[in-house]
Design a binder for this molecule. Structure first.
Ligand code: 6AU
Length: 273
């Protein structure tokens, strides 16, 4: 596994340009925090993105939960991403047949491919979903070549999740097979020991995003389950995703700084510094 290497090393050697950028941002801003900005108005979303921008590596959106969505909000987000040097991850969790997800990703009402550096998909439909999204990103006329990447949702944080066993194994299998577009996983455990047809993951450098991170709570009333930034990074997370733990407290900026510090220190211990 590459989890003992520094972000700087991984930025140098990764085969995917988006992963290189991501690790480069983490290294230069000294942060592995991804804020899940699950706000429901454009004003609140842009406000939190601007305030927290300096302390995060990635801003994660659920653009379809905005009450007042217009394309101008993602244009403003893109500007903030440049201003503060973060990537945008639209947590769309594509979950359909190939022909449908291609249209949902590239074009459509939300034009996701035009503004989200990173998107994710589930493995429920089987290999075809990853194949289809990869194919779209590799089209001759795809305008964002080398600037877009996919994460596979390999496990879930909610109680009773069925994203286990064969589902998780297929996630690893497809990440390997489509590594020209897939840079890693959203998962709460390392996946290195999972056997695929080509053996276990050893030399591949997949990026692990772990969600369900909160310093003040163990879960919510709807089945969400939390761990701390420290335990997530100790378990192998390269990036920690936190939503309500950061944006829904009285002082999000101070709180983001605390998550950043805990996540960064856990990373430094992991790489032995
Ligand atoms: O920190 P929270 O609980 O306020 O928000 C967690 C965020 C939400 C979820 O949609 C998302 O993380 N999420 C995901 C992702 C990122 O794909 C997977 C999962 O298993 N659990 C989870 O909470 O925006």
């Amino acid at each position: 596994s590459k989890s003992k290497l520094s972000y700087g090393e991984r930025a140098k050697h990764h085969t995917h340009p988006v992963a290189r950028r991501l690790f480069g941002i983490a290294e230069s801003k000294k942060t592995n925090v991804v804020v899940s900005a699950d706000l429901t108005t454009s004003k609140e979303l842009l406000d939190i993105a601007d305030k927290l921008g300096p302390y995060i590596a990635v801003l994660k959106t659920h653009i379809d939960i905005l009450d007042d969505y217009q394309y101008s909000v993602v244009e403003a987000l893109k500007d903030l991403a440049v201003k503060h040097n973060f990537l945008i991850f639209e947590d769309r969790k594509f979950v359909d047949i190939g022909n449908t997800v291609q249209k949902q990703y590239h074009g459509g009402a939300l034009q996701i491919s035009s503004w989200a550096h990173i998107v994710n998909c589930t493995m429920l439909p089987g290999e075809g979903i990853v194949q289809a999204l990869t194919q779209t990103a590799e089209r001759e006329d795809f305008p964002y070549k080398d600037e877009r990447a996919l994460l596979i949702l390999a496990t879930m944080t909610s109680k009773g999740s069925l994203a286990t066993g064969e589902y998780t194994r297929l996630s690893v299998e497809c990440a390997r097979k489509y590594s020209q577009f897939v840079i890693g996983f959203v998962a709460s455990r390392t996946l290195g020991e999972i056997e695929t047809e080509a053996g276990p993951l050893e030399n591949e450098d997949f990026v692990l995003f772990t969600t369900g991170v909160n310093m003040a709570s163990k879960g919510d009333k709807l089945g969400q389950q939390y761990q701390t930034p420290k335990s997530a990074v100790e378990t192998g997370a390269d990036f920690i995703i936190a939503g309500r733990g950061i944006y829904a407290v009285p002082d999000p900026v101070e709180t983001a700084k605390r998550y950043r510090e805990e996540g960064w220190n856990a990373y430094l211990s992991r790489i032995g510094e």
